[in-house]
Design a binder for this molecule. Structure first.
Ligand code: ADP
Ligand code: ZN
Ligand code: MG
Length: 500
């Protein structure tokens, strides 16, 4: 399990005297996990043989007509609502025109001046007070629905030195684009924002957010300005950042580069750059494209997308509890520290596990402790899929209950945990079968103490003549005689009484 390290943003000190502040906004593409494509019935399954999941619509053949996928709309609306946006009762599909070999139609169906959702926000941990669970709200400008392009393949074929190939299986797969306000102020905040965004998408089950397969893609816009200034600088867009680490590294490098250009007396121009992880540097890809370059116009083959209030409300009512709300509730009701709630909500499966183990327990903190400790260690070793946990949630809750009731000691609980994970029985069953349980009956403890005192007259003598330190030895003997089962607190108490 990863924990997030979000240090306080460091000011970029480009030269003595002048400090620059980064300004960052992200454009994130999320591939929706519908079974069929946005405007045709072709499958969206990843990894099928190239061009096997295509039809006249997604191949862009002349005369083929798009039909909007209802499920894609439901998922896009869910995402918009979860990000606190207003859902447009009426939004418009638009053609975004450009030439690319993986775009056979010569345009992408997207949304432009009337997007599906606008004016939302997402909370990220506030770097200044994250341990206290403080958050900072990052504005979401818009969420719109569009289709993906195909994929150009420049490698992997015997004649790849001369030819590139095109796979159109991805052509027409539904995407949402989520555009943030320029509210982020450091690469760490950008990282935290993307982390939170991914979390929300996973909880909603609208995407698998698999970055290696391109289900989650991120473009970062970044500029710098003198600290204290209110105006924004010229922004540079870094395209196709396909990992969290690269996002942060690319931004760090780019901020430094911009500061150097400005301090050196140079001027920054709006442009699009690419990050090369092998050199750790960004380089120019093209000069900045503008909206007018795309010749947007309303898609004539699709009617306006109308979302009735009742439909929107129905989708809103079906949303699961979101991670931020869950964290707040666990902090409030279970008195869990902010950090613990971060860890335990980091995946929907882990959160569901925690909910079901701790939710019915009288001691949710104790249960959380076991999940984050022993159980996570086992999970880590076995690959970490919380939908297939090594022990059912009820067993963890039961283990904590047995400790709290004094039936078993903390040490016994660790042994029972091992057995429980290895053999699958419930802690209660293991206690019954093995007889491993604490002896908490004073009469039974007294009987053991009597044996121990009879066997160790010298130590008894020492204790009585004032060498009270031998008590520890005698407690140890009682524990040994009881094969570790006597309640140590009780043993000590009764020993003192007998000796006293
Ligand atoms: P464009 O017209 O170039 O697409 P937008 O205004 O739509 O520009 O913004 C695209 C992204 O760039 C958004 O995420 C936005 O927050 C971010 N952005 C806008 N201006 C700046 C700036 N000066 N510095 C950094 N990011 C910015
Ligand atoms: Zn198709
Ligand atoms: Mg834009």
């Amino acid at each position: 399990m990863k924990c997030m390290a979000i240090p306080t943003p460091k000011p970029v000190r480009a030269d003595a005297g002048q400090e620059y502040e980064p300004v960052i906004g992200l454009e994130v593409h999320v591939q929706l996990n519908t079974r069929s494509k946005a405007f045709c019935a072709c499958s969206t399954r990843f990894g099928a043989p190239p061009n096997s999941q295509t039809c006249p619509v997604c191949l862009g053949l002349p005369g083929a007509m798009p039909v909007l996928n209802r499920e894609a709309v439901v998922k896009a609306v869910a995402a918009g609502l979860a990000l606190g946006c207003n859902i447009a009762p009426r939004s418009i599909f638009a053609r975004k025109n450009y030439f690319y070999p993986d775009l056979p139609k010569g345009y992408q169906i997207s949304q432009y001046d009337l997007p599906l959702a606008q004016h939302g926000g997402l909370e990220i941990p506030d770097p200044a007070g994250k341990d206290a669970g403080k958050t900072k709200r990052i504005g979401i400008t818009r969420v719109h629905l569009e289709e993906d392009a195909g994929k150009s393949m420049h490698e992997g074929h015997a004649d790849s030195d001369r030819y590139s190939y095109v796979d159109l299986n991805r052509s027409g797969v539904p995407l949402i684009e989520i555009v943030s306000e320029p509210d982020l102020r450091s690469p760490e905040e950008a990282h935290a924002y993307l982390t939170r965004l991914k979390e929300v998408m996973l909880y909603l089950d609208v995407s698998d957010c698999n970055m290696e397969e391109g289900s989650l893609r991120c473009d970062a816009n970044v500029s710098i300005r003198p600290r204290g200034s209110r105006e924004f600088g010229e922004k540079i867009e870094i395209k196709n950042l396909n990992s969290f680490r690269f996002l942060q590294q690319a931004l760090e490098h780019e901020i430094e580069r911009q500061a150097e250009v400005v301090t050196g007396g140079g001027k920054l121009n709006q442009e699009t750059r690419l990050y090369d992880p092998s050199t750790g540097k960004t380089s120019v890809m093209r000069s900045k494209e503008h909206a007018h370059d795309y010749r947007y116009f309303p898609e004539p083959d699709l009617p306006p997308l109308e979302i009735a209030d009742a439909w929107r409300d129905e989708i809103a009512a079906s949303l699961p509890e979101l991670p931020q709300a869950k964290r707040r509730r666990w902090q409030r009701d279970w008195k869990l520290p902010a950090y613990d709630t971060e860890v335990l909500t980091s995946s929907p499966a882990l959160a569901a596990y925690t909910e079901s183990a701790a939710g019915k327990s009288k001691n949710p903190q104790g249960v959380a402790h076991w999940i984050m400790g022993e159980l996570s260690a086992v999970m880590k070793a076995s690959g970490g899929d919380w939908s297939q946990p090594p022990a059912p949630p009820a067993h963890i809750a039961e283990l904590v209950e047995l400790v709290d009731a004094g039936t078993i000691s903390g040490k016994m609980a660790k042994q029972i945990f091992e057995t429980m994970v290895a053999q699958g029985q419930s802690p209660r069953q293991i206690v019954e079968q093995s007889g491993v349980r604490q002896i908490t009956d004073p009469a039974a403890v007294d009987a053991i103490i009597a044996e121990v005192l009879a066997a160790n007259p010298r130590q008894v003598e020492q204790y009585r003549s004032g060498k009270v330190a031998v008590l520890g030895f005698l407690v140890g003997q009682v524990m040994k005689a009881s094969r570790g089962q006597a309640n140590p607190g009780l043993a000590q108490e009764r020993l003192k009484a007998k000796l006293g």
